[in-house]
Ligand binder design. Sequence first.
Ligand code: FES
Length: 118
Amino acid sequence: MSEPAPTANGKRCMSSFVRVASTGEIPPGQAKAFVVGPREIAVFNVAGSYYAIDNACPHQGGPLAEGWVEGCVVTCPWHAWSFDVRTGAMTPSDLCTLDTFEVQVAGSAISVSLEPRS
Ligand code: FES
């Protein structure tokens, strides 16, 4: 088995992935939450591309997978804070940023990294 390639900062990435769903379970424009390791992660389907962010809104913990999705932006169902699901950045302000997680799709299997992107 070969070592993982070093990242841009020279560290080696040892992230592991957990299968969470099949592609058919998350239609375009929708999201679903999954418990992945110690966290709850929301997986979004944006026109056939999948993105994963923390499911808990940083304001008061609203469930972002139950929010309104428009393009790449999800709006929290509790008090309407909005985030770009590709970057986790709050929009339109940059008050805070959610953790994002790498997503892998192999055939119809969607897997999410256990570790957030750094
Ligand atoms: S809990 Fe999400 S905006 Fe308040």
